[in-house]
Write a protein that binds this ligand. Structure first.
Ligand code: G6P
Length: 607
């Protein structure tokens, strides 16, 4: 979703800003713009579409050692050039970029219009430069502070003034901003991804903090004028390469990185001889674990599917009541929070607004939340304060793949730890711990021989409808497979638990309808075989993902995709792999923009 980059220092600002925007492209956006402060004036260039269009439009020989830039994902107002950021006041001497939503923009607009302000865009953001201009009498900091007293809503806001070619002002409320500290130069961004090329030393701004940033100093105060205390943090070494390497798309690269990313998630955490695990960040003793009465796991999108697998594993194995909740629903249904219960929040980006909203609801009611997060230092990781990093390394493709398998791996690791204090005897625990340690090898084994994915794609391409079907732990896998196919190939499809299929989707079956069945060799296998027979009898073209050597499942398949056998609890980590490849190959066959699908954002920082 929207991205921000700013620079002040001795370099020419334009290349730094454009490079930063390129690095934020993965977040999803529909227009881009840049404002440069030079020779007492502000030059704004903005355009619809890709950052590539902006790069062509910007004069990269232009001077200016200070500037701000933005990628916009439309919320208020269509995808048009006037709606792209930066936005300026009427004199063109103040420019802002903004992530978030101004809730009282209508009232502010009416007041400003009554004072003679004319608006150049349909955005909520545009009230900000006009409001700041009304309060500006030579002191930029004071003008921004006063303007923000009148604003309700969320913002990551960055402001520059033509009169102050050495100063950037940044303010945060609910939308992340991180200051990058260089030698004689400083940076600001909405996402540390934009900064890693230049510096690893960063300051995360807190909510209601307003910072003045020059090339050599960062000073900040709270919105109410009191001091803000912040610490300089070191960005963790980035795991994995940020380039596509030999792969044509980030998504394919990230699918193939899974043996290493799962390995990193497990490293140092599994104790195979004890049949247990250690998750330092959870900060819970075995006694604490025995006292957890229930577990609720929050997430959105793919992270919600990982949460479903985790909840099923926890309840099934550790016998602790557990459920997964869609964060956007949970936060608004006035949930009952048991302060003794454990809440977990799963998020790749650590910035998803709805997940963060759910966490705040739990904390406000006295509950505790552990994060299961990929991006180190992200808002969710810092808000939870405790939890587990999944260590996937940067995931650039919008469609999540390696983050899903690492989220599930982290939740299994917690399940092992929890179950060992309750239900799991040493023998079974050691077996599960060893199976977990073997996952990276089993993933490699599958990826080396993925089966006839392209044959399955032939049934999907051009289909009016497709059905994914699974039971038990394979139901969230089916949901994840369908989500991937919708996200990047735009093929209409849905996922159903096998047992529920007769209560609706069977009406959709006609000769050739593609059905993808996930049938590992677990306690649901026989029931799934019946479900497969039911759709086959109606002419469905069945692609079956089954355990290697399962001849019965194979015999029912139009396309049979065998996967290596593994401990039944861990099957989602293997059966999701062909589904990732299936959506990738389908999108490829249809000529879609795989890494940047339409309308989607990698990091959804607004509701
Ligand atoms: C967006 C992304 C999905 C992702 C979801 C949750 O919708 O497109 O890929 O699963 O957000 O994101 P999170 O960063 O919280 O895991």
């Amino acid at each position: 979703m929207c991205g921000i980059v700013g620079y002040v220092g001795p370099r020419k600002a334009t290349p730094v800003l454009l490079d930063g925007l390129r690095r934020l492209e993965y977040r999803g956006y529909d227009s881009a713009g840049v404002a440069l402060v030079d020779e007492g004036a502000i030059a704004v260039t903005k355009c619809v579409g890709r950052v590539g269009n902006l790069i062509e439009a910007v004069d990269d020989t232009a001077g200016g050692n200070l500037g701000i830039a933005h990628t916009r994902w439309a919320t208020h107002g269509g995808v048009t050039q006037p709606n792209a950021h930066p936005h300026c006041d009427m004199t063109g001497r103040i420019a802002v970029v903004h992530n978030g939503i101004i809730d009282n923009d209508e009232g502010l607009k009416a007041r400003l219009a009554a004072d003679g302000v004319t608006f150049a865009s349909e955005t909520d953001t545009e009230v900000l430069p006009h409001l700041i201009a009304r309060h500006y009498a030579g002191d930029p900091h004071e003008a921004v502070l006063k303007a923000l007293q009148e604003v309700r809503g969320t913002y990551g806001l960055v402001v520059v003034f033509a009169d102050h070619p050495d100063l950037i002002i940044a303010a945060r409320n609910g939308s992340p901003l991180v200051v990058g500290l260089g030698e004689g130069e400083n940076f600001i961004a909405s996402d540390s991804h934009a900064l890693v090329r230049y510096t690893r030393r960063v300051i995360y701004l807190e909510d209601r903090e307003v910072a003045c940033i020059t090339a050599t100093e960062v000073n900040s105060v709270q919105l109410d004028g009191s001091d803000a205390i912040h610490t300089v943090e070191e960005l963790e070494a980035i795991y994995g390469s940020e380039d596509k390497g030999e792969f044509p798309h980030y998504m394919l690269k990230e699918i193939h990185e899974q043996p290493e990313s799962i390995g990193r998630c497990l490293r140092g955490r599994i104790l195979p001889d004890l049949g247990s695990a250690r998750l330092g960040g959870f900060d819970m003793s075995p006694r604490d674990l025995t006292e957890i009465p229930r577990v609720t796991i929050l997430g959105c999108g793919t992270s919600y599917h990982a949460a479903m697998v985790g909840a099923m594993a926890i309840e099934g194995l550790a016998r602790v009541p557990a459920q997964a909740e869609i964060a956007s629903e949970f936060r608004y249904r006035n949930p009952v929070i048991d302060p003794k219960a454990l809440f977990m929040a799963v998020s790749q980006s650590g910035e998803t607004a709805d997940t963060l909203g759910g966490i705040k609801e739990v904390v406000t009611k006295g509950g505790r939340v552990m994060g299961v997060v990929n991006v180190v230092g992200s808002t969710i990781a810092r808000t939870c304060g405790a939890g587990v990093y999944i260590h996937s390394g940067p995931e650039v493709a919008v469609a999540s793949t390696k983050a899903f398998t690492s989220q599930v791996t982290a939740l299994y690791t917690f399940t092992l730890m929890l179950a060992r204090t309750r239900t799991l005897g040493p023998h079974d625990a050691v077996e599960l711990a060893r199976a977990l340690v073997s996952v990276p090898d089993v993933v490699s084994e599958y990826l080396a021989e993925p089966g006839p994915i392209e044959e399955a794609v032939r049934h999907l391409v051009g289909a009016r409808y497709a059905l994914f079907m699974g039971r038990g732990l394979s139901f969230p896998v089916a949901l994840e497979g369908a989500l991937k196919l919708k996200e990047i190939a735009y093929i209409p499809c849905e996922a159903y638990p096998g047992g529920e299929m007769k209560h609706g989707p069977i009406a959709m079956m006609e000769p050739g309808t593609p059905v993808i069945a996930i049938v590992p060799d677990d306690q649901h296998r026989e029931k799934m075989i019946s479900n497969m027979q039911e759709v086959r009898a109606r002419g469905a073209a069945l692609t079956v993902i089954h355990s290697r050597g399962d001849l019965k499942a194979q015999s029912l398949a139009s396309v049979s995709i065998p996967v290596p056998r593994i401990h039944t609890l861990l099957t989602p980590l293997i059966s999701v792999l062909p589904l990732q490849l299936l959506s990738y190959q389908a999108a490829l066959a249809l000529g879609k923009d795989i890494d940047r699908p339409r309308n989607l954002a990698k990091s959804v920082t607004v509701e």
